[in-house]
Design a protein around this ligand. Sequence first.
Ligand code: C2E
Ligand code: MG
Ligand code: MG
Ligand code: MG
Length: 278
Amino acid sequence: RARLQGRAGLRFYTADIDARAHEQLVLEADLRRALERRELRLHYQPQLDLQTGAVVAVEALLRWQCPRRGLVAPMEFIPLLEETGLIGPVGDWVLAEACRQASAWHDAGLPPLVIAVNLSPLQLEDGDLAQRLQRHLEQARLQPERLELEITETTLMRHGAGTLAMLESINRLGVQLALDDFGTGYSSLGYLTRFPLHTVKIDRSFVSQLPRHEYSVEVVRAIAGLAHGLGLTLVAEGVEQPGQVELLRELGCHRLQGFLFARPLPAEALSAWIAARN
Ligand code: C2E
Ligand code: MG
Ligand code: MG
Ligand code: MG
């Protein structure tokens, strides 16, 4: 009887895997068409200067407006984009679109903003990335200093021979580099000095524990000390409560990003939000 159950269990299990494998295939086929069908969107989340409260930067965050699935979050399809190599063309579209939008906001009279764009590790392995970046900046007529590329510790950890050289080329263009989700990976302090970084983003998992969780307070204090010592701009992501702002102010954080201020918004809604604040 146990054996029979076991076999039945196995049958359900394989049926389940079949269904999931099938769903993956359908997802992949849909994703392949998403770019040409113009179903990809960027939403933008503001970063505020902690001293002045002004919006000084905006992070571009990818969304997929799928006709069948609705608005799909990046965690649900970026891994597949990376597996299939589609992250190449999609990542390039994200860069071009973010530069175009930043330039359009500038033309519309918004105060100068830095546009932050997330970069997949695979994009850094593309030897043409720096040239492509330069082309996007020129086409959008955007100053390189207005573009900030966010990379994660994992990207640096697994970096191939070309990664450091590529980061240096990007740095020479005048484009800024930010280390995203800091504190979650291996947090090798060496990364902060070995790579040409401008900005460090403290991960939400620490920020969300402020101001009461002592361990997180000390982690953030240490990161802030490092950032100050190395002359890096410090950004806190995932700020949801006023109490977090007060502690981050004490610790000398420069910019704040989080639902307390705004969720990621479509471009139009973001510029309306900025206009309403000023
Ligand atoms: P990330 O770069 O760390 O982006 C911040 C994420 O935290 C965003 O999720 C944002 O909506 C969320 N967030 C911001 N403030 C708060 C808050 O106060 N509370 C909470 N609970 N969440 C907050 P999102 O948009 O779902 O993006 C998830 C991740 O997907 C990003 O994490 C990034 O790693 C990746 N991603 C997004 N867009 C792109 C892209 O264009 N290219 C690549 N390669 N990765 C991207
Ligand atoms: Mg990011
Ligand atoms: Mg982050
Ligand atoms: Mg994060």
